[in-house]
Design a protein around this ligand. Structure first.
Ligand SMILES: *Cc1c(COP(=O)(O)O)cnc(C)c1O
Length: 339
């Protein structure tokens, strides 16, 4: 039994999902003739109370398209220093949109409205880049699956209005946040101009993200997706996986969160571990004691068929997901308890 907790991206389609994929009706989505993709886009748009949604192969492409929609070359995006759009999208913001990022020194990937206000460059001061977009991530990946305070998100909206800034949510794991906080997709749709959500994080889908937004901003999205090489043909087979995941794999995320908390408790009791960051959803970030070698620790777990990854600066990460079964959980807890 291999216990792979490196990421929630490793999940595979269940039999039910495969059946749904195989029986999907498809067409050429570049001509917008794929009924299953259209159904997925309509469904997600409706969930968020938005007019428009577009299916993307990856979350990175959906985020990059959003940045492109909101900015012009030379402008600046405000985001946290931990942001996925800054750290893990291959420098795409500068490559694709010619923008720079003003990094906020936030807490666990989250920041305050005050920090946003302080990061906005005065628009008539032509020496500095024009600020045009604020990007938030919920849950935060590098921040350990932390969930934003929705009140702060709303306050930042007000500032975006005052300063004529776009407001984008990287909601790769928004489903985890919604399940954890009992907030709704609709509430988020009311606040943000654009939102990207992933279907391939812990939901079993092999691929797929969706960008939702208001009609005026999204009308350029299909062209940008084409330019990025993301115009796809009979992808209803993949959209069918997404529809299946929305029906069957969202509510169960609670189980992943509970398992993560239980793992955190065991980790917290081990002498080799210095700190375990607070666990809200499915991500556990912890730091080893100064005397413990990270390589040795990871190898020892690997020898027990448990796979986790390093995050740099002495931090390690565990992510729970659909394919992490109850049996695996039992085994992992007992191995950890005896480390
Ligand atoms: C995974 C992830 C994405 C998108 O990643 P892809 O691998 O391109 O699908 C975007 N934002 C966050 C926070 C993520 O964790």
């Amino acid at each position: 039994m291999i216990i792979d907790l490196r990421s929630d991206t490793i999940t595979k389609p269940t039999q039910g999902m495969l059946d749904a994929m195989l029986s999907a009706k498809v067409g050429d989505d570049v001509y917008k003739e794929d009924p299953t993709v259209n159904a997925l886009e309509e469904r997600i748009a409706k969930m968020f109370g938005k007019k428009s949604a577009l299916f993307f192969p990856t979350g990175s492409m959906a985020n990059q398209a959003a940045i492109k929609l909101h900015t012009n070359p030379g402008e600046q995006v405000i985001c946290d220093k931990y942001a996925h759009i800054y750290n893990y999208e291959g420098g795409g913001a500068s490559f694709n949109s010619g923008v720079s990022c003003k990094l906020i020194d936030g807490h666990r990937g989250m920041f305050t409205v005050k920090q946003v206000v302080e990061s906005i460059n005065p628009p008539d001061f032509y020496h500095s880049p024009l600020t045009s977009l604020v990007a938030v991530e919920n849950t935060t990946n590098k921040g350990g699956g932390a969930c934003w305070d929705f009140e702060e998100i709303k306050k930042i909206r007000t500032v975006c209005n005052e300063h004529n800034l776009g407001y984008h949510l990287d909601g790769a794991r928004l489903w985890n946040a919604l399940v954890n906080t009992n907030e709704t997709a609709f509430q988020y749709g009311e606040v943000f101009d654009t939102i990207s959500v992933c279907l391939s994080k812990g939901l079993g889908c092999p691929i797929g993200s969706v960008l939702v937004g208001d009609e005026n901003i999204m009308k350029g999205a299909i062209r940008i997706r084409k330019i990025f090489g993301g115009g796809m043909r009979q992808v209803g087979y993949l959209a069918a996986a997404g529809l299946y995941a929305l029906d069957h794999h969202i509510d169960r995320l609670k189980q992943d969160h509970n398992k993560a908390k239980e793992i955190g408790e065991v980790l917290g009791s081990l002498s080799q571990i210095k700190t375990v960051e607070p666990i809200e959803t499915n991500i556990i970030i912890f730091e080893l004691d100064a005397g413990v070698s990270e390589t040795e620790f990871v190898q020892k777990l690997a020898a027990n068929n448990i796979h986790i990854i390093g995050m740099g600066s002495g931090k390690l990460r565990i992510v729970t997901h659909l394919d992490y079964t109850d049996a695996m959980h039992e085994k992992l807890l007992s191995i950890f308890a005896n480390l």
